[in-house]
Design a protein around this ligand. Structure first.
Ligand code: ZN
Length: 374
């Protein structure tokens, strides 16, 4: 999904729009102006259809935002850190920093979105009964129906949809194990996804159903990917249960001095062994940064002899690091989040590294543990 454009803050929560959302904005406006409204309300002028459609699409944006914002606000009530809301092609996503701590919190955060959509939808459908002006009636009526659809659709019990999160919370509460609950909820999510794809393909072959059918199938495909990723993640976390960073780190990682020339780094080290990343250590053993093959590649070859490691390394202040007693699963998550290949292991506030944990090392350990049935 990617980060998208940051467009501002709402109630202290950062809001981003992924470029793919523009597709939705266009499709909603276009289909309302050219098909839905002319069929439902004949006799308006062409520009009236487009103006009402544009306003409706803008308010639809507001509806999805209200749904996501309610997830975020409830999460924040429980003291969880909300990183932001991103609107993208299949709706919205609220990223919450830490996993919710109890089944009850999880369920309440999940249900907040659909509850808000259903409430907005019911209110608008009610208001629509009293609206006399046809253009405003068209706008309010469509938004009412779409909010109810948004709420109902999200209640489908396939993880990672909201209904799936509620299901996970229920299973978690019943069985007492979050990881097993996640796997089971994701499995239901996968089955739901295949059903959506099947219904979508079926609809696509019916007269006039091509667009909505394909759309449903696409959402199903997206869901099945998300469910699969969730299952893989749960499998990894399960296999790494109880494993700490110190169990997987290299306690004597390769290191270089910040003053070494880049040319020496390449010829004396990188081209001789299989190490591609090095801790950069001051004379007193304190961590100055990390230098990798990628950093070298950014520098033109002609500049290698004249440049020093300190010129190209990632500096200490910009490094992601982890403690030796943290869960190894957290290290892997951090590595994925920061798109790095390794993390220096530090005992705060000491800057002398205790070791280095690499993505490759963790993946090999997971592989070994899974093969050994651990
Ligand atoms: Zn939701």
């Amino acid at each position: 999904m990617g980060p998208g454009w940051k467009v501002g803050r709402l109630a202290g929560i950062e809001l981003s729009i992924h470029p793919s959302w523009l597709v939705i904005a266009f499709l909603v406006t276009y289909s309302l102006a050219e098909s839905q409204f002319p069929r439902q309300f004949p006799g308006w002028s062409g520009s009236e259809y487009w103006v009402v459609a544009g306003a409706t699409a803008a308010l639809f944006f507001g509806s999805v935002l209200a749904h996501e914002l309610s997830h975020a606000l409830v999460a924040r009530r429980f003291g969880l850190k909300v990183e932001g809301i991103t609107l993208f092609i299949f709706g919205g996503a609220t990223s919450i920093d830490s996993d919710s701590r109890t089944p009850r919190e999880e369920a309440l955060i999940a249900i907040a979105g659909p509850a808000t959509s259903l409430a907005i939808g019911a209110a608008l459908v009610g208001i629509d009964l009293f609206v006399e002006q046809p253009q405003i009636g068209a706008l309010v009526g469509w938004l009412g129906v779409i909010n109810i659809a948004l709420g109902a659709f999200n209640l489908i019990p396939g993880f990672p949809m909201d209904g799936g999160r509620v299901l996970r919370a229920l299973l978690w509460r019943l069985r007492g194990d979050r990881l097993v609950a996640t796997r089971n909820a994701a499995l239901v999510g996968r089955i739901t996804a295949y059903l959506l794809i099947a219904i979508g393909v079926f609809l696509a072959f019916r007269p006039g159903g091509l667009f909505s059918g394909l759309w449903l199938a696409l959402i199903g495909w997206f869901l099945s990917n998300a469910a699969e990723a969730t299952m893989a993640q749960a499998g990894v976390e399960r296999s790494l249960r109880g494993v700490r960073v110190r169990d997987a780190m290299d306690p004597t990682p390769p290191s270089v001095s910040p003053n070494e020339s880049v040319s020496d780094l390449v010829h004396e080290r990188m081209l001789r062994g299989e190490d591609r990343s090095y801790l950069v250590l001051h004379d007193d053993g304190g961590l100055a940064g990390v230098v990798t093959l990628k950093d070298v590649r950014r520098l033109p070859q002609d500049d290698w002899p004249g440049a020093r490691v300190t010129d190209i390394m990632t500096r200490y202040a910009d490094l992601a690091t982890i403690g030796p007693d943290e869960p190894l699963a957290d290290a892997l998550r951090l590595i994925e989040e920061r798109s790095v290949s390794q993390l220096p292991v530090l005992v705060e506030p000491d800057r002398v590294p205790a070791g280095l944990v690499t993505r490759r090392g963790i993946l090999r350990l997971i592989d070994a543990r899974m093969k050994l049935g651990l």
